[in-house]
Design a protein around this ligand. Structure first.
Ligand code: NAP
Length: 280
């Protein structure tokens, strides 16, 4: 019988998850289908019941349900508990278990271009929302040399940085303070929605003072080459776009459901072809 997978969110119309998961299922010869479901907040509880009732293998969860879904699940894996959000649900016997693959997905994509261990990195992150929490929490487990956060709302950055009390080498900065001290950092990670379509000329920070060794990462992937990444390229800096995180977190979800490893390069090619270097 064909196995059913999916993603729930609102809005969900532009999701590229069905494209990459259906391609991976086909590629690996698995008899399954992955569908995007638009779910209103008021229907979330019933939608979760539907996962069990329909015998689905699992789902992805996206905005705005990543936190709200937790109370409707039977068990939360440590990966999601520490982040306070779920992006993947797997049916395990008669239980629905919540996981989070966002932070690990980002770190896997970052590792591909790093030339030194995380322990030797001074990192600046711009933003303190859900994706930032996943990235911060995952990276500080590896004890980087330093991890600072700047954000429009300083209280949110403060809350996030205090959420890992055992990690000491950290500081909250205003965007201006971060700009003035940018030469400190080996890796600059942008996690806000600034620069996302349709506001494609917006940049969250000036890279004028970035060190030549810096790697500039943007988790926004629509457009793939954001204005921030273009600014980094003009300075001759190495860059990491948001497609890497998107396909790596998807691949980790796919592995949780099927036990098989999808072809990351093919997933990436599908996203690139769909965005076509343009915005949608
Ligand atoms: P979120 O929880 O709503 O957090 C939004 C963040 O952006 C906050 O730090 C917020 O600052 C900041 N922000 C929003 N508008 C701003 C503005 N006009 N000026 C300055 N700061 C602004 O969102 P999220 O779920 O973390 O997602 C953030 C972005 O990451 C989105 O573009 C999303 O598409 C992308 N993302 C990509 C992936 C991937 O796989 N590549 C995965 C997840 C998310 P305040 O605290 O001041 O409000």
């Amino acid at each position: 019988m064909k196995q059913l997978y999916g993603v729930i969110g609102n809005p969900i119309g532009h999701s590229m998850s069905p494209d990459i998961h259906n391609a991976a299922l086909k590629d690996l010869g698995l008899d399954g289908h992955y569908h995007a479901f638009q779910v209103e907040n008021d229907n979330l509880k019933d939608a979760v019941k539907g996962i069990k009732a329909l015998g689905m293998i699992g789902i992805n969860v996206t905005v705005p349900h990543k936190v709200a879904i937790m109370e409707h699940l039977d068990h939360i894996d440590e990966s999601a508990k520490v982040l306070g959000a779920v992006n993947t649900v797997r049916t395990e016997g008669d239980m629905l278990v919540g996981y989070n693959t966002d932070g690990e997905g980002f770190v896997k994509s970052l590792r591909k271009i790093l030339d030194k261990p995380v322990q030797d990195l001074s990192i600046l992150m711009i933003g303190a929302g859900g994706a930032a929490r996943a990235i911060f929490t995952t990276i500080v487990r590896e004890n980087p040399k330093r991890f600072d956060i700047c954000n429009r709302t300083l209280e949110k950055a403060e809350q996030l940085i205090q959420s890992s009390p055992s990690f000491q080498n950290k500081q909250v900065l205003t965007i201006k303070e971060a700009e003035e001290n940018l030469e400190r950092y080996d890796v600059i990670i942008h996690t806000t929605s600034i620069g996302m379509y349709p506001d494609i000329d917006a940049v969250p920070i000036s890279l004028q003072r970035a060190a030549n060794r810096a790697i500039v990462c943007d988790i926004v992937y629509n457009p793939i080459r954001t204005a921030l990444l273009k600014q980094a390229e003009q300075k001759g800096l190495r860059t990491l776009d948001g497609v890497g995180m998107f396909v790596e977190q998807a691949a980790l979800s796919f592995q949780l459901w099927t036990g098989q490893e999808p072809d990351i390069d093919k997933m990436r090619a599908i996203v690139e072809a769909k965005l076509g270097g343009k915005e949608c």
